[in-house]
Design a protein around this ligand. Structure first.
Ligand code: PBG
Length: 335
């Protein structure tokens, strides 16, 4: 008979980790394709596919290919896509008229997607940066400052044009003050009572957006070089709660924290505080980091990506916008 030890751990945490079945039983969070939203970059033309140098594996697609890609995503169980149009620089203006053109690229993509794949949720980005010659999300005054209220007027026109095209969710990513309330009023007064608003409430002035700005071609010409006068300071956390509270009061249905991985603390605070549908955006720079390390053989891509997405769920996210949506849904379906 083995000699009884004088001391042993009263609780052995490892007991439950010993076999897969008990690890599964005590698992607190899970990731499924239901949690994923795939961003898609749209370009003009037919049968056009352009790669984005800083985002290997992400292509800009013409409408026909974009619809095909969306169909694949839908079949993989992904509930929604988020559209980002990339327009010809010649169409960009100081005041972003193309943003609310009913026959614009984003509006045509929405129509085609809703006609071909009605059950797929379509989310549009409400912000002016893909359409301004200066690359800022709003209109500039003579000092180069992004003016708030005039910008909000244009955002309302843009959001309305998206709703008229059939968008299920409009997602203002611009960080102007009061835009959620103004957009909600515009939608309600035009009969769009069921168009949801996903507010990019806590959007930080982040260096992790670099590859996205390459993808939409707004990087080279960004007047002033940064978006500090409207996007949030990465040092702040309480301020994010104030932004979210305002957007909810103004009529947001869902809130978003962006970027994702460096801001998991904000997601957790937001979820605990408000308990509303909380989304996060694993942005282009996060994708680029995971891709680059995986391409070098420094990370196991599948494991690292699924772990990163599960971390969003653990932090309190209901859904995640990620350029890895398709790959993750494929990996999950093989598991
Ligand atoms: C701009 C917008 C940005 C992203 C989505 N919408 C970039 C920015 O604020 O400059 C970034 C997304 C990403 O990096 O993946 N309205």
């Amino acid at each position: 008979m083995p000699h009884p030890k004088e001391f042993f751990p009263a609780t052995r945490m490892r007991r439950m980790r010993f076999q897969a079945f008990s690890r599964r039983l005590m698992r607190e969070n899970s990731l499924s394709s239901d949690d994923l939203i795939c961003p898609l970059f749209a370009i003009e033309g037919h049968n056009q596919r352009q790669s984005v140098a800083s985002m290997p594996g992400v292509d800009r697609l013409s409408l026909d290919l974009l619809v095909k890609e969306a169909e694949t995503l839908l079949k993989l169980g992904i509930p929604a896509v988020a559209l980002f149009p990339v327009i010809d620089p010649a169409q960009k203006t100081l005041t972003a008229e193309e943003a609310f053109n009913p026959a614009g690229l984003a509006q045509r993509c929405v129509k085609a997607l809703k006609a071909e794949l009605p059950e797929l949720g379509v989310i549009t980005d409400v912000a002016l940066d893909p359409f301004t010659s200066h690359g800022q999300d709003g209109l500039l005054n003579e000092h180069g400052y992004v003016v708030n209220d005039e910008t909000v007027d244009v955002l309302c026109k843009q959001a309305l044009s998206h709703a008229e095209a059939g968008a299920d969710i409009v997602a203002p990513s611009d960080m102007m003050d009061g835009r959620i309330g103004a957009i909600r009023n515009t939608l309600e007064s035009h009969g769009f009572t069921n168009t949801r608003i996903l507010a990019y409430s806590a959007k930080y002035a982040s260096s992790f957006y670099g590859p996205f700005r390459d993808a939409v071609g707004s990087a080279g010409n960004l007047a002033g070089g940064n978006k500090y006068s409207y996007q949030m300071d990465p040092a702040n956390s309480d301020e994010a709660l104030r932004e979210i509270a305002l957007d909810l009061q103004e009529g947001a249905d869902m809130i978003m924290v962006k970027p994702g991985m460096p801001y998991l603390d904000i997601i957790r605070r937001a979820k605990d505080h408000f308990g509303v549908p909380t989304f996060a955006y694993q942005v282009s720079g996060e994708y680029a980091m995971l891709k680059a390390a995986s391409a070098n053989g420094w990370l196991d891509e599948r494991q690292a990506v699924l772990e990163s997405l599960l971390a969003f769920k653990r932090a309190g996210c209901d859904a995640i916008l990620t350029y890895y949506a398709k790959a993750a849904a494929q990996w999950l379906s093989q598991a």
